[in-house]
Design a protein around this ligand. Structure first.
Ligand code: NAP
Ligand code: GLV
Length: 324
């Protein structure tokens, strides 16, 4: 069988695939999308894809041989899952293996923005430090504050667990109740407005869906505390970037830590000039260990699908149930 890997990925994943299939690793310099993606997938039985390949309905409907799209990410908003399901194509993802790395990055952004770490680094590099000053570069203390987790799933829970180390009060929203999290972490499930009103820090961990698109809009920023910070390591479009820039500029909120952006790889130009923003280039899962695990998991999902074994992380089990 033939398999396409749409971008360079850690060798661990490639080696697993090569043991079973004829593997082509796309060597282009721009993400495969639209008609180029369809063309590269001609005659392929499976594809190991990454976040920047958009499997739209239009693309999926033109696939004639592909039986599985194995996404090397936990998020799968780049894939029209309904279209894949209609076409009988399995979609898989990589949940769990990147949880701790992403939670670490959320906390890195949180500490960096509240304690002005990046601003301080620039002062030192530019020889602007004039000596210790009691009123210089004051930040916000996290100890004992209230964190609001929007989306208490795997990563949200891992962020909340870290917050216990700072003795924080933990509020959260989620679609379904999480009694086990409430018991284990002493966290309280509240409605979205209460979370906006009460949290000193808000960390976003929902998937991007129709429901969460622009969840953080002008109204949300208006409702947040003027002293509050927003951390987003989920997906850019969950936040209306235009409204965020306006809120940061006008002091409606105190700052933001962002790993994801509405129009990646670009960030809103307004964000780049604000000192109360810390940005990273979508590196939530970017550790050697985690990226190896993601490549391996995506490859195993793909192998299992093509060899008739139910994969560990299947997004659309309906397809599997129908064909197996
Ligand atoms: P997960 O375990 O599925 O958690 C997502 C949580 O969001 C679930 O608890 C879900 O609630 C909740 N949710 C869904 N819609 C919601 C809504 N409208 N309001 C409130 N909560 C809602 O997923 P995960 O593994 O933690 O990953 C979360 C997301 O992080 C991924 O989808 C991906 O986009 C992003 N991510 C980014 C990076 C990065 O590099 N920056 C890395 C990894 C993941 P229920 O439990 O009730 O269904
Ligand atoms: C990365 O953004 C992921 O969803 O795994």
């Amino acid at each position: 069988m033939n398999v396409l890997v749409t971008w360079r990925i850690p060798d661990t994943g490639i080696r697993l695939l090569e043991e079973q299939f004829n593997v082509t690793v796309y060597q282009g310099n721009a993400p495969l999308n639209g008609s180029s993606l369809v063309q590269q997938l001609e005659g392929m039985d499976g594809v190991l894809a990454i976040f920047h390949n958009r499997f739209t309905r239009e693309v999926i409907e033109q696939l004639t041989t592909v039986k599985v799209i194995a996404n090397m990410a936990v998020g799968y908003d780049n894939i029209d899952v309904a279209a894949a399901t209609e076409k009988g194509i399995c979609v898989t993802n990589t949940p769990g293996v990147l949880t701790e790395a992403t939670a670490d990055l959320a906390w890195a952004l949180l500490l960096a923005v509240t304690r002005r770490v990046v601003e301080g680094d620039q002062v030192m590099r530019q020889d602007r430090f004039k000596g210790w000053d009691p009123l210089y570069m004051l930040g916000t203390e996290l100890y004992g504050k209230t964190i609001g987790i929007v989306g208490m799933g795997r990563i949200g829970t891992a962020v909340a667990r870290r917050s216990k180390g700072w003795d924080m009060t933990i509020l959260f929203t989620s679609r379904t109740p999480k009694p086990e999290v409430e018991t284990a972490l002493g966290a309280r499930r509240v409605d979205f407005t209460t979370l906006l009103q009460e949290a000193d820090i808000i960390s976003v961990h929902t998937p991007l869906t129709e429901e969460t698109y622009h969840l953080f809009d002008r109204k949300a920023f208006q409702t947040m505390r003027k002293t509050a910070y927003l951390i987003n390591t989920a997906r850019g479009p969950v936040v209306d970037e235009e409204a965020l820039v306006e809120a940061l500029k006008s002091g409606k909120i105190a700052g933001a830590g962002l790993d994801v952006f509405e129009r990646e790889p670009l960030a809103h130009p307004g964000l780049k000039v604000l000192p109360n923003v810390v940005m990273t280039p979508h590196i939530g899962s970017a550790t050697h260990e985690t990226r190896n695990r993601m490549a391996e998991m995506a490859a195993r999902n793909l192998i299992d699908c093509l060899q008739g074994k139910r994969p560990a992380a299947l997004v659309n089990p309906e397809v599997w149930n129908k064909t197996n």
